[in-house]
Design a protein around this ligand. Sequence first.
Ligand code: PLP
Length: 394
Amino acid sequence: MLSKKIAENLNRSSWIRAMFEEGEKLRGIHGADKVFDFTLGNPDTEPPDSIREAYKKMINGTNPGIHRYMNNAGFVDVREAVASQLSKEFGVALAAGHIVMTCGAAGGLNVVLKAILDPGDEVIILAPYFVEYMFYIDNHGGKPVVVNTSAEDFQPDANEIAAAVTAKTKAVIINSPNNPTGVVYSKQALQSMAAALAEKEKEFNSTIYVISDEPYNKIFYEDTPPPQILDIFKNSFMITSFSKSLSLPGERIGYIAANPSMDSCKEIVDGLVFCNRTLGFVNAPALVQKVIAGSLDEGAAVEQYKEKRDILYDHLVKLGFSCIKPEGAFYFFPQALIPDDVEFARAALKYNLLLVPGKGFGWPGCFRISYCVSMKTIKDSFPAFEALVSEIRG
Ligand code: PLP
């Protein structure tokens, strides 16, 4: 029999999954090309050629020991390569000792939370949020505390965050570029947040870690990259992966960079490595560690995503949707045309249009469109969006 908690969680299972399953049903009835599935953040783009070539080289090469157990933090040469790339990009002096290779960003988040949380510790998450945070925090005995971002622009609000901090607050998770809004948190908002957290640390004589979940940090549409959090927050972890930037979500590869200026950094990294081992990951998959080490300069398919963003954004606006133009990631988070976002997503199903209600991200009234799908799906979906809007507007 399942544990009570897991049985309960299954019942509350994610809206994204629920809509995806609806899609499977519709695909069975109408055929895949008649269903416009905007539910999953599973890139339709293939990984760059350099990745295929690197795999071939690794498999065909004679690299003794490549398939063996290794240091639980990952191969030293790979961590050195990651550290030097980050030092170059961020201007922060990082070494292999600050990097832990992980099973994707999800693995990294669980490792950090396991390493820092005591039972009952609170972790602030910012709504709208990636729903898995709730489960990851709970995995390690923590308690999620939800703070809304600004309703105007989905930027973090330092005063709201400060008001939610208690003596038990151990961490704040931030995610920029953001899933589900596509918003990039501004440097100014992050600096205000850093100042507010520093005040609260003084008040409670505590350490509040900032865990920056950044699987989309290579997918941005403005000229300047998103602000670097290691510069802004002293006690911080940057967690990223190659799932979205190199379209490798199934390979489960990412890493944690611990801020060298955090208190007791060496001890903290030892804790991360221990947790990578004892959570049962043991280490990140060997082959793909070596593969990505040679592709750290490789950019994401930003131009393709930008083209998709622009064409879909123009169409949504033309149809009267109110929506922030995303500056990163590959999601839109428009307002539903009726107050009930679940009812809105249900109405869309009639036109084989699969959308995720905002309720699933702790933000009812909106819905998420994931546009990491083919351009054909986007263009073919226009009549379905039009029919949905006509039905609702009568
Ligand atoms: N964090 C966010 C905000 C995500 O959207 C995702 C995946 O969709 C993840 C973490 C997990 O990424 P990964 O596949 O690298 O574990």
